[in-house]
Design a protein around this ligand. Structure first.
Ligand code: GLC
Length: 441
């Protein structure tokens, strides 16, 4: 990621961090079927609002959340201050649909920001442009100019509250822009103002679809505003700006969903390593339950990843992307300068491991978290590591650190693999097999 030119110093913490915690939490958590139950189940809005106003998560303890997030190895967090249902987790003076004015009588955003900052995590806030209670959002400025202007004031006022009343906000995650475009939302002007309130802030790319109107042809510049890209439940590297993939610790929903299975710790770790390998961040979500507790299985699985990070974190935090050679049959690769990390997903007990196509010589090879150092020899286009123990030396994925004697370089095979580059290379390789396949004819 440091290969990306021109990242200002004030933003360097972000690629350095690599791993953050997304928190989807609001009155919907008490209903236990995801964050969009109001819309997805066509709930009676009045019944939803009544339940929301009574929602009172007595066990919510921001300090406990922050300590857990830290123990998971996460370096920043992002809390849903207002999701699409419009309920606000802070003391907003623009509405009484807030945790301060309804049953809890608490400013959850303040508790969150204070506690997470105390644990040394960077503070992120999520805010949904759309609010299902506001028809003007869907009608748009042409159909309902007055409603639109009122709604814009509401959004602007709330952003001002969030960005001026809670100390330093490092990161902001807009969501739910569709179907509005960035001209209607005036997101460029809003972005400028946000940088006045918070000069160092990083803002995501969900700032309105491109300037076309819904139904018109899309000129193809969707989501190009903003400081970082946000592929959702997929890992998609951006080449020209920072990016962060977001994903769930469960299977489908962001908000708490009773009975949903948790991803295993290996699955969670693999997602993190894939993001690092491709040069981006991971924002991993928890949907705390209606009382304010993290689901126990999610805590156990994220703790195992956090534990792994205490021994192997140097292969993730602040790394550059990897994937230098075709290594998918063993695991993943990340790098930092002349150091190459081999993250072994499939430990097969073989005493030798071939790293094909690496041109740079390796001075030293060690297994992180152990005192095992491996012997290294070169065979044509491969570096062979030997002395690997039969038993897997690490509960999740063992990491081998290769200290190279110069910048990591690979041959054409490392670069082009099977589906790219000059097909002559593959023809020559196929020739070596001869025509034995025809013999049976
Ligand atoms: C999607 C979901 C929304 C969630 C968001 C997180 O947009 O609809 O509920 O908050 O993803 O990125």
């Amino acid at each position: 990621m440091y290969q990306l030119p021109g990242i200002p110093d004030k933003w360097k913490w972000f690629p350095e961090a690599r791993y953050g915690l997304f928190l989807h939490w609001g009155p919907y958590a008490a209903l236990g079927r995801g964050e969009q139950i109001l819309f997805r189940e066509h709930m009676d809005p009045a019944a939803y609002e009544e339940a929301a106003c009574k929602w009172n998560p007595k066990r919510f303890d921001a300090k406990k959340w922050a300590k857990l997030a830290k123990s998971f190895g996460m370096k920043y967090a992002c809390l849903t201050t207002r999701h699409h249902d419009g309920y606000c987790l802070w003391d907003s003076r623009y509405t009484d649909y807030t945790s301060m004015r309804q049953a809890p009588k608490r400013d959850f955003v303040r508790e969150y920001a204070d506690a997470f900052r105390t644990e040394g995590l960077k503070i992120g806030l999520y805010y949904s442009w759309l609010d299902w209670r506001v028809p003007a959002y869907f009608d748009g400025p042409d159909k309902d100019p007055d409603g639109w202007a009122e709604m814009k004031k509401y959004i602007y006022g709330q952003l001002e509250e969030l960005l001026t009343g809670y100390g330093k906000i490092d990161y902001f995650f807009f969501d739910g822009a569709w179907p509005r475009n960035r001209d209607e939302l005036e997101s460029e002007a809003i972005l400028r103002q946000m940088r006045i309130w918070q000069p160092d802030i990083l803002v995501n790319n969900r700032l309105g679809i491109s300037t076309h109107k819904v139904g018109e042809e899309d000129p193809g510049s969707d989501w190009d505003l903003g400081d970082f890209g946000t592929p959702e439940r997929e890992i998609h590297a951006e080449r020209t700006r920072l990016w962060e993939s977001c994903d769930v610790t469960t299977q489908r929903f962001w908000g708490y969903s009773a009975g949903e299975d948790a991803k295993t710790s290996k699955q969670l770790l693999d997602i993190l390593c894939e993001c690092a390998e491709k040069g981006g961040n991971l924002l991993m979500n928890i949907g705390p339950d209606g009382d304010g507790e993290f689901p126990p299985q999610v805590v156990a699985n994220l703790s195992a990843v956090g534990d792994w990070l205490t021994r192997n974190g140097e292969a993730v935090y602040g790394t550059d992307n990897g994937d230098f050679t075709e290594f998918s049959t063993h695991g993943r690769e990340t790098s930092r300068g002349n150091t190459l990390y081999l993250i072994i997903k499939f430990w097969d007990g073989n005493p030798e491991l071939r790293v094909n196509d690496l041109l740079t010589d390796v001075k030293e090879a060690v297994i992180l978290g152990t005192d095992i150092s491996l012997s290294v020899r070169r065979e044509d286009h491969a570096v062979i590591l030997s002395g690997l123990p039969k038993e897997k030396p690490e509960a999740l994925f063992p990491v081998i650190r290769l200290t190279c004697d110069g910048p990591i370089r690979t041959n054409e095979w490392g670069v082009s693999r099977n589906w790219q580059g000059d097909p002559d290379r593959l023809a020559r390789w196929a020739e070596k097999r001869g025509n034995s396949v025809w013999v049976r004819k």
